[in-house]
Design a protein around this ligand. Structure first.
Ligand code: IMP
Ligand code: MG
Length: 180
């Protein structure tokens, strides 16, 4: 247990465990015949995971181009599941293989939207890598190709993930347990 910003935070997945899973996922990609692979990190939460995973992919001999898309979900009420593009990629995806990288797959609305968007734009194939899969919360029909960890239904922070912009800097995935 550590204390950050007056909150007690427990470790769910350590930096070492995460690094091991990143290497495993990159090893799964090794030898795949990707066509002009474009990695798209879904911001903001994925920025640290994406940075580590693409370097693990380098170690597996994969040489993608890298892009970023910022998406936001309206979340609540009648608009639940509606996803908005806050900042789009610049690249053309026609006939290319795409790997979407996100921190957490929860309802699946965000990644279903992103996958369908890239397919509509003519991507050859779209794969999904997520650090955490909260399977019990799934609403949309989206299946990840690479999963770091099956995540229990806790609100997690760290390794890029935030509560109100805080805790992104933690090198591990943690759970806020309460006030210190
Ligand atoms: P969904 O799959 O469209 O429901 O959205 C998943 C997104 O919600 C993730 O990419 C995160 O940005 C965010 N999210 C879901 N659960 C958590 C959490 O426990 N901590 C931080 N962000 C979360
Ligand atoms: Mg996200």
């Amino acid at each position: 247990m550590i204390t950050v910003r007056g909150k007690r935070i427990s470790t769910l997945y350590s930096a070492e465990q995460i690094a091991e899973r990143n290497a495993d996922m990159a090893a799964q990609m090794q030898g795949k015949e990707y066509n002009d692979l474009l990695v798209i990190a879904v911001l903001k939460g994925s920025f640290i995971f994406a940075a580590d995973l693409i370097r693990a992919m380098y170690a597996s001999g994969i040489a993608p181009e890298v892009e970023f898309i910022t998406l936001s979900s309206y979340g609540k009420g009648t608009e639940a599941g509606k996803v908005q593009i806050l900042r789009d990629i610049d690249s053309n995806v026609t006939d290319r293989d795409v790997l979407l990288i996100d921190d957490i797959l929860e309802s699946g609305n965000t990644l279903q939207f992103a996958k369908e968007l890239m397919e509509q734009r003519g991507a050859r194939n779209v794969e999904i890598a997520v650090l955490l899969d909260k399977h019990s919360k799934r609403k949309a029909q989206v299946t990840p190709n690479y999963v770091g960890f099956e995540c229990p239904d806790h609100f997690v922070v760290g390794y890029g993930m935030d509560v109100a912009y805080a805790f992104r800097e933690l090198p591990f995935v943690g759970v806020v347990e309460g006030d210190a």
